[in-house]
Design a protein around this ligand. Structure first.
Ligand SMILES: Cc1cc2nc3c(=O)[nH]c(=O)nc-3n(C[C@H](O)[C@H](O)[C@H](O)COP(=O)(O)OP(=O)(O)OC[C@H]3O[C@@H](n4cnc5c(N)ncnc54)[C@H](O)[C@@H]3O)c2cc1C
Length: 449
């Protein structure tokens, strides 16, 4: 077996492929399917044992509504999901899923195209020659091993590959503070019909979905939600603390009757997502808050009488951490101007949705249906490394712009472009950071400007 030298040790090179995708999350899984569809031999390195990342392991569902027509791989994933579960609620353009079905579908879409997945494998570092990555170093059950490729996709959401390769990054807002962290969970044993009947009887307008298989509830203090008096009562009677009332939201999960997924708690007082000690503190704090919420709900909310904590996320809900500084840095002006680029390779239309720790929610005016901005290929590639591309919430953008492009349908489309770019770069022997994104735009069927 080939070996490679890493700080005086010889590491076995256990894979040699065209494209390595580090991180099998929302963008990474899509990038892998895209590269494989173009016949690039592809390996996914994933530190957990399921694909989907934030969507599945952080329990973040559903996919936000969008009027941008998703690209081919996004549609393929949804088509496959539809064979297993109902993803369309008939009212919104959200795409609903449950986490296990999504992980399974992503895995099948990769393996049936001949892709390799290395689970339980933590990216540690890279080995470079000049401005190219030649190998990556991975921590596995067998200890440190290496894998070699022609192109690399950093889909880690924390820009780990980029940082270790020497790409400059930034993080947080002008005060260096990141978006709010959430620790999501699921409850089972909920009588959804009784819950719906109660909420609608109180004239709540939050959920407009008529399809009885889908429902959502929310409580943000001061926003007029009918649940607020119930939460205030729980607070007065000692079930909850003030911090539990910061943000509350829950969604049904198709294919899991009686189950809801909770987009909370919001972790108070932790302002940095790039400090490993604070991430651990957030887990401990969140777990304590989940315990209070899951004791409160059966006592106070009709439909929850027999409910129980079904599972906690195995990954924290990190909205934003590091962002690379690439060849083009997207800004909120691109959002406001509905920017178009010759090398636009994906489109977004979600508003600037900041769950801010320093200010209240920052929102820029939402788009009208059909409006969108484009994401240029240059926001995915760097000056420093010729065979690296970034896919996910950590592409090159400002804090505010990231708050729009971070949603799942958009990062999937970014992932598809990244996978296609790797295949194209290999086929035509071009460096990823010299590739003209306008070519990809046309291959993605996005038309000319
Ligand atoms: C609380 C919360 C609520 C949200 N709500 C919504 C919503 O309702 N709808 C919506 O559309 N979007 C929502 N979003 C945004 C969206 O879910 C994320 O921005 C998006 O899923 C991120 O995708 P990604 O591919 O960039 O990262 P991820 O999906 O997180 O993928 C990163 C992957 O890299 C892996 N990885 C990381 N480091 C390593 C390493 N060293 N070695 C190997 N693997 C590694 C991780 O395990 C993971 O699988 C929400 C986000 C959060 C946090």
């Amino acid at each position: 077996m080939n070996t490679v030298s890493f700080f005086g040790r010889e590491l076995p090179v256990i894979y040699e492929v065209d494209c390595i995708v580090v991180g099998g999350g929302t963008a990474g899984a899509t990038a892998a399917i895209s590269a494989l569809s173009e016949q690039a031999k592809t390996l996914v390195i994933e530190k957990t044992i399921s694909l989907g990342g934030t969507q599945t392991n952080a329990l973040v569902s559903p996919m936000m509504p969008t009027y941008v027509k998703g690209q081919r791989v996004n549609r393929l994933i949804i088509e496959r999901l539809n064979k297993e579960i109902e993803t369309n609620d008939g009212t919104t353009t959200c795409s609903w899923f449950n986490t296990e079905t999504l992980s399974f579908v992503l895995e099948v879409l990769i393996t049936e195209r001949g892709g390799h997945i290395l689970y339980d494998a933590n990216y540690v570092d890279c080995i470079k020659e000049d401005n190219r990555i030649t190998h990556i170093v991975i921590n596995t059950c067998a200890g440190l091993i290496a894998a070699k490729a022609k192109t690399f996709v950093d889909a880690t959401a924390d820009a780990i590959v980029s940082r270790t390769a020497g790409v400059p990054v930034t993080s947080g807002n002008e005060d260096g503070q990141n978006q709010q962290i959430s620790f999501r969970f699921e409850m089972g044993g909920i009588d959804i019909s009784a819950l719906r009947a109660f909420i609608l009887s109180q004239h709540e307008t939050f959920c407009q979905i008529e399809n009885p298989n889908f429902f959502e509830i929310a409580m943000v203090p001061g926003k007029g939600h009918v649940l607020e008096p119930l939460f205030r009562k729980g607070l007065a009677e000692g079930y909850l603390k003030e911090e539990d009332l910061r943000y509350f939201q829950a969604f049904t999960q198709p294919g899991k009757p009686g189950v809801m997924s909770f987009n909370c708690p919001h972790i108070p007082d932790i302002y940095q997502t790039t400090d490993p000690r604070l991430r651990s503190k957030a887990v401990i704090k969140g777990r304590e808050m989940i315990r209070r919420l899951t004791k409160f709900l059966p006592q106070y909310l009709p439909g929850f009488e027999n409910s129980y904590l079904l599972k906690e996320a195995t990954q924290l809900g990190i909205r934003e951490s590091y962002r690379i500084i690439g060849q083009y840095v997207m800004t909120e002006h691109d959002y406001i101007n509905r920017a178009r680029f010759q090398d636009g390779i994906a489109r977004g239309d979600w508003y600037i949705d900041v769950h801010s720790v320093t200010k209240e929610h920052v929102e820029k005016p939402k788009f009208s249906r059909g409006e969108y901005y484009e994401i240029p290929y240059r926001a995915l590639v760097t000056e420093q490394i010729s065979n690296l591309i970034v896919a996910g919430r950590h592409i090159s953008s400002t804090f505010l712009m990231q708050a729009s492009l971070r949603i799942q349908p958009t990062v999937r489309d970014i992932g598809e472009a990244a996978g296609l770019a790797c295949a194209y770069a290999i086929k035509h022997d071009i460096a990823l950071n010299k590739l003209n994104g306008a070519i990809l735009r046309s291959q993605l069927g996005m038309g000319e400007l």
